[in-house]
Design a binder for this molecule. Structure first.
Ligand code: GDP
Length: 193
């Protein structure tokens, strides 16, 4: 599958340093510890790809991964457990909002959420910015393996109901690989791979 070729290219701290606004991009967001790095690694079939975003102090940068020429995944680090100073947080939110609204190449947003705690404030905020930017939005309910089947189905139904037409939703697990193919199909479609 084409996503296997994904490689890290660079991190961007300010919008003026973004690569040229051409081709196609998909942004991936998630609260810290939601399972975003594991999801990126599972989807791209790579072990250590998404580690860059975990470096302490790098919560305010866009990490660019190239899948193919002019096709990128953009990893957006979420908030950690440590309190983010309000001014820094406001700056980050402004940057994301502007990025989502102005970036021509950006086609879609994937929000990674722990199936046991979906639709927290951060997730709703990201989805709100995504919708405001006219992006397709897709949610991964990850760590699905942590719940029995019945509860997985219930969480999926409830999250779908809550989001309505605002986003599509699927089950995911980097552990037992539930939904990996489904997530790949979404990315391949949005990136026109
Ligand atoms: P990130 O901070 O969102 O990038 O989260 P990570 O991918 O680093 O995952 C956070 C923790 O959750 C790690 O201990 C992972 O091993 C664990 N984790 C991630 N995905 C899954 C999953 O699908 N199933 C299970 N059981 N654990 C997971």
């Amino acid at each position: 599958h084409p996503l296997r070729a994904t490689r890290y290219v660079r991190s961007v701290h300010e919008l003026k340093n973004l690569p040229p606004d051409v081709g196609r991009e998909v942004a991936i967001a998630g609260r810290s510890n939601a399972g975003k790095s594991s999801a990126i690694n599972a989807i791209t079939d790579q072990n250590r790809l998404a580690r860059t975003s975990k470096t302490p102090g790098r919560t305010q940068q866009l990490n660019y991964f190239e899948v193919a020429p002019e096709k990128f995944l953009v990893d957006l680090p979420g908030y950690g457990y440590a309190k983010v100073p309000p001014a820094l947080r406001a700056h980050w939110e402004g940057l994301i909002d502007t990025f989502f609204r102005t970036r021509e190449a950006l086609k879609g947003l994937v929000v990674v959420m722990d199936i046991r705690h979906p639709l927290r404030d951060f997730d709703l905020q990201m989805l709100g910015y995504g919708r405001a930017g006219g992006l397709h939005c897709h949610c991964l309910l990850t760590k699905a393996d942590k719940l029995p089947r019945g509860q997985q189905a219930k969480a999926l139904l409830e999250t779908r109901r809550a989001l309505g037409d605002d986003a599509t939703v699927q089950l995911f697990s980097a552990e037992d690989r539930t939904g990996v193919e489904e997530a790949r199909a979404v990315l391949e479609r949005w990136l026109a791979l």
